[in-house]
Design a binder for this molecule. Sequence first.
Ligand code: KG4
Ligand code: ZN
Length: 334
Amino acid sequence: MLVLGIESTCDETAASVVVDGKTILSQVVASQIDLHDLFGGVVPELACRRHIDAIMPVITQALNEANKTIHDIDLIAVANGPGLIGALLIGIHAAKGLAFALDKPLVGVNHVEAHLYASMMSHQNPITLPAIGIVLSGGHTSLLYIKDIGKYELIGQTVDDAIGEAFDKVAKLLSLPYPGGPQIEKLAESGNADAFKFKCGNVKGKPFDFSFSGLKTAVMYTMRTLNLQEKGVIENLSASFQKTAFQDILLKAEAAAKEFNCRNIIFGGGVTNNRYLRAKFHESYLNCFFPDFHLTLDNAAMIAGLGYHVYKQNGPADLYHLEAKTRISFPIFS
Ligand code: KG4
Ligand code: ZN
């Protein structure tokens, strides 16, 4: 089954053609980083306008690179949430227009769930389930119990900043370009991670929830007492912040693995690009499954891949009722 995936939840316009949920024939991403860097973060209205310009050329390029025409496509899968409402609408309307005009089935895909599916696509052999899922991105920090594809239980999430957002905000404080995650990782390589003692927040009664806004504020107050021009200061701040944030995630992931009796842990999201994070988890007793590097950030291959399973499980969506959702819950099993 040939699936055309479409992604426009935030600041990337993407399209991809995938066979049977696994084999990627093409993957095109039009990034808007240049546009948002000017403002130090994503400006929703600008993102939306850029999606309008990019969506059809990106879809055309994905079909061309796959050596297919739109008529060859068996199913259209579009990310319908969570995300920025205006941005989501562009992808959804493009997908609906194509599905309606060409009489093709359409499915809506949960973008966060698709980040986890990106790891499943990255491994030749199916990952043994149940497993713990962990999504670390610019918009999400979620811990899930994955019973099967399409069957999840949300066991923890951030109560304030997402982990990628915390990286981006700390980077902004340090006057680094957007997105800040890769900048902090690079600076941290030559810094002393024990130079400053920071800590992350815990949520009373919710052992698997996260809180990073206090950590970000602590970095800000510490920063004010320092001369950032002094050699090694920014590097030490970056390394100490990064270590603290990832140690918290590791401890909570290990606790969740213990509680749910799963050693397999499946990762997704842009922050999993971070090699220090990967190394720390590989040192733990968990069996870690990371997405291939080309599938960590927002992309449409993961949407097409998961879309195949959504269609197999639930059939096509109703064209008139598929909506953009800024928040979307996981399909829960009982
Ligand atoms: O998954 P993604 O493309 O977007 C969302 O769905 O939110 O993730 C983007 C986030 C940004 O916050 C970016 O700073 C972060 O991923 N990121 C990183 C790294 N590469 C990207 N964070 C830490 N280390 C990295 N190497
Ligand atoms: Zn994402």
